[in-house]
Design a protein around this ligand. Structure first.
Ligand code: APR
Ligand code: PHB
Length: 390
């Protein structure tokens, strides 16, 4: 098989790039390790920044997002029994975020790929990358007993944190920066009315909690838990009790509880791999970087990679201009690190750190007091939360 761009990974990054390139007449193939059902069974975050929503529209996949997604112009930070609003629109000249589940967004991208007869090959095994430093790289994979070869001009590694692409870069070239947090988030999805029309990020002595939503009948809640906890340790009742204990009393009193329809624990990690290009391999999304979910930056960090790669590949194929490809890694990393900084800051501001000393706790409290006493600090939070420009 031969194609122009071989894309490893059928998550949001790979599918979005595939769709955008196809619309510009650039031939590509997506190789996904799992079935479509498996990929769509994963519950992930649900806040999209303006730039990502625009990219969905450009990919001609924005109709359902625009119809069913909710525009949020602010969110709350709760602490010490009260909640205070962060006015995103007011601090960013009218900018906002779209609340729309990543699972739904991935479904829309799959449907769009299908409609255009885009090539997405599922259940591929043993994906291997070859000749990345040459002008003629190729990808191989196993399907049953057959080894299939795909020749391409460029390989895009959009295969997430555990994928094969990043690992194909020699260890003397790749530098990895990592910070692992000493806690995880236990998340529950429930068919209940969300406790608040806007998200509530809650700091409490018992640990962090988040009230989020997917729609007006579907709620998503999280609580910070020790890494040693398992889902089995948390009955629905225990979860709701603990969530209530971390929220201001008036919010807890309003909380509608019900059976969980999904419950999982995700560890919190910050991670960046540099460079994001090796020969004719380009990394994008979770394959190159991970953020803790606190600032809702995960998918949005992937968005800028896809945006830069898309424009760079179009410039290459349409105008023979390689400057975008040559500058990709540096440009992408500059924005990635800002998202890393913001996610780390918001995580540090709101969580209970088991080994923090009294001095750290004083600084954390001062950070919060400063935030709500300074228009400049609130503006900084707002501009990062809605997403820095691409
Ligand atoms: N070969 C082919 N596909 C692979 C391989 C492999 N060796 N390894 C992993 N994959 C697939 C995974 O099954 C997954 O569907 O690559 C896909 C990567 O998707 P994501 O992990 O969703 O990563 P990405 O598309 O970059 O999305 C980034 O989504 O999951 C969130 O936190 C993440 O919000 C961020 C955004
Ligand atoms: C979610 O709805 O899953 C969500 C929202 C905001 C975050 C993280 C997760 O910061």
């Amino acid at each position: 098989m031969k194609t122009q761009v071989g894309i490893i990974g059928g998550g949001p990054s790979g599918l979005m790039l595939s769709q955008l390139l196809h619309l510009k007449g650039i031939d590509n193939v997506v190789l996904e390790k799992h079935s479509r059902e498996y990929v769509l069974g994963r519950i992930r975050a649900g806040v999209l920044e303006h730039g990502f929503a625009e990219l969905m529209r450009e990919a001609q996949c924005g109709d359902r997002m625009d119809a069913e997604g909710e525009i949020h112009e602010g969110f709350y930070i709760a602490e010490g029994g009260e909640k205070r609003r962060v006015d995103l629109a007011g601090h960013t000249g009218g900018n906002s975020v779209v609340v729309y589940g990543q699972t739904e967004l991935t479904r829309d991208l799959y449907e769009a790929r299908e409609k255009m007869n885009g090539q997405v090959i599922h259940n591929v095994e043993d994906v291997k990358l070859h000749g990345l430093k040459s002008d003629a790289p190729h990808i191989s994979y196993r399907s049953g007993d057959d080894i299939i070869r795909i020749d391409c001009d460029y390989v895009i590694g959009a295969d997430g944190f555990h994928g094969v692409s990043r690992k194909s870069i020699p260890s003397d070239v790749l530098v990895e920066y990592e910070k692992v947090y000493p806690f995880g988030w236990l998340g529950v999805l429930s068919r209940t009315k969300p406790v608040s029309p806007e998200l509530i990020y809650a700091k409490s002595d018992r640990g962090f909690a988040l009230c989020s939503l997917r729609s007006q009948v579907l709620s998503r809640y999280y609580i910070q838990v020790p890494l040693t906890d398992t889902v089995e340790d948390w009955s629905d009742e225990a979860f709701w009790e603990e969530l209530k204990a971390r929220l201001p009393e008036d919010v807890a009193a309003e909380l509608e509880t019900g059976p969980s329809i999904e419950k999982s624990i995700a560890p919190l990690r910050s991670f960046v791999a540099e460079p994001m290009r090796y020969g004719n391999l380009f990394l994008a999304g979770d394959a190159a970087h991970i953020v803790p979910p606190t600032g809702a930056r995960g998918l949005n960090s992937a968005a800028s990679d896809i945006y830069y790669l898309y424009h760079a590949l179009v410039a290459h194929y349409q105008d023979g201009d390689d400057s975008g490809l040559d500058g990709y890694s540096e440009k992408a990393l500059a924005r990635i690190w800002k998202a890393q900084r913001f996610s780390w800051w918001m995580t540090t501001l709101l969580h209970r750190f088991p080994d923090s000393i009294a001095y750290d706790q004083k600084l954390q409290q001062t950070d919060m007091d400063y935030l709500f006493s300074s228009e400049a600090a609130l503006t900084s939070l707002a501009e990062n939360y809605v997403g820095l420009p691409f």
